[in-house]
Design a protein around this ligand. Structure first.
Ligand SMILES: Cc1ncc(COP(=O)(O)O)c(C=O)c1O
Length: 390
């Protein structure tokens, strides 16, 4: 009765866990949720009002599939036109970056098409690729990103439809690519004439140090499709994000989008555009960074206090996640069940490994809980570790 492709797909474990999050007293480190108390509600109300006054009917009408021109122009300008020579032609607006992943899958993947990812990788991307029956190969990855020797070996054997990476504060590990790895990867995909999908929803949330150039910039726009989103910098409820890249390639995504939803919601695009114009955007990001940095530090202290010496974790310089490794024989699926009884949640790491490995790993989100809850939640996880014999 259902299409063949549905046979391989399972429901997202994260979505299932999120259903429990409304339980009273639950402290969630599970979803990648921004802090709702930081959403600029009043400012957005003022922007919505201004949009309705200035562009009322147009903001409520159907619009073009590519996205409204002023927003696309602003995004092109934000993405360093000096190096990439971008114009609005090189940007389309998508309904969240998740839709861009879906559209890329529609455009590039036939049944059995090879796609290369980091290992571990973003669960939502895996869901999209697998729904289109891609043959996903997870390339060995280390603390500096995808392992280039391993990628080279795989590229010599087969040409994937694309390589999917997150160079900034990766979901789930929180790790970033150093400059040298970025340069080499940009060169590698150009030499092999392979499309690289660079997913960057977290790059703007950098807590310390200087931002590094994107692969998109380093490759001067060639071979790279760059995805980013306003979900983590303004609010995910807008579902306003964008894909930037070669204009011809984007035209294919536009065709796929027409059949999907005709366009991203017009009103949301106008409001985001107005918010960017208001000059409040950077101040807001600064506030988000300051708050998240404090929460990152609180979780770091709590990890040191409540996890045993046999556990290790990343120290993310931005983004939203810690990645924890327990001793090899620990099972974080069992740990989660125990944690749920104590009203605390995280995501078991195995969800993010295309090959089902990583049973001893877990992802902790640090942006959605206030600092005292972070301490309390980590204490609960620490007590639950007895089910892993720790
Ligand atoms: C790496 C990555 N890509 C894409 C998305 C989807 O974001 P959006 O809200 O823009 O659809 C997320 C959301 O958590 C993410 O972590």
């Amino acid at each position: 009765m259902y299409a063949e492709r549905m046979g391989t797909i399972k429901n997202s474990a994260i979505r299932d866990i999120l259903k429990l999050m409304s339980r009273p007293g639950m402290i969630s480190f599970a979803g990648g949720l921004p802090a709702p108390e930081l959403f600029p509600v009043k400012e957005i109300a003022a922007c919505a009002d201004a949009v309705l006054r200035k562009n009322g009917p147009a903001a409520l009408q159907y619009s073009v599939t590519e996205g409204i021109a002023p927003l696309r122009e602003k995004i092109a300008a934000m993405l360093d036109p000096g190096r990439t020579r971008l114009s609005a032609e090189n940007v389309i607006i998508t309904q969240g970056s998740q839709q861009a992943l879906d559209l890329l899958s529609k455009v590039f993947i036939d049944k059995g098409s090879p796609v290369f990812t980091e290992n571990p990788t973003y669960l939502g991307a895996l869901q999209s690729f697998q729904l289109f029956q891609a043959k996903v190969t997870a390339i060995a990855s280390d603390s500096g990103g995808i392992d280039l020797a391993s990628l080279r070996k795989h590229l010599a054997r087969q040409k994937p439809r694309f390589v999917y990476v997150m160079p900034n504060f990766q979901n789930p590990t929180g790790l970033s690519y150093p400059l040298e790895r970025r340069k080499e990867l940009a060169k590698l995909v150009r030499d092999h004439d392979v499309v690289l999908v660079e997913d960057d929803p977290y790059g703007a949330l950098r807590f310390e140090g200087e931002g590094l150039p994107s692969l998109f910039e380093l490759a001067e726009g060639r071979n790279v499709v760059y995805l980013s989103s306003f979900s983590k910098t303004i609010a995910p409820g807008f579902r306003v994000a964008y894909a930037a890249g070669d204009a011809e390639l984007l035209k294919k995504l536009v065709i796929a989008k027409q059949g999907t939803d005709l366009q991203t919601n017009t009103f949301g695009q106008y409001i985001v555009n107005e918010y960017l114009e208001s000059g409040l955007y950077q101040n807001h990001i600064d506030l988000v960074i300051k708050t998240y940095r404090g929460r990152r530090d609180a979780m770091l202290r709590a990890l040191e206090r409540h996890l045993p010496g046999s556990a290790s974790w990343t120290k993310p310089g931005g983004g939203m996640f810690f990645w924890v490794r327990l001793p090899d024989d620990a099972d974080t699926g069992a740990l989660l069940k125990e944690c749920i009884t104590r009203n605390v949640a995280f995501v078991p790491g195995t969800e993010f490994f295309p090959d089902g490995s990583g049973k001893n790993t877990l992802r902790l989100n640090f942006t959605n809980a206030a600092e005292p809850d972070i301490e309390e939640g980590m204490q609960r996880i620490g007590k639950s570790l007895k089910v892993c014999g720790l």
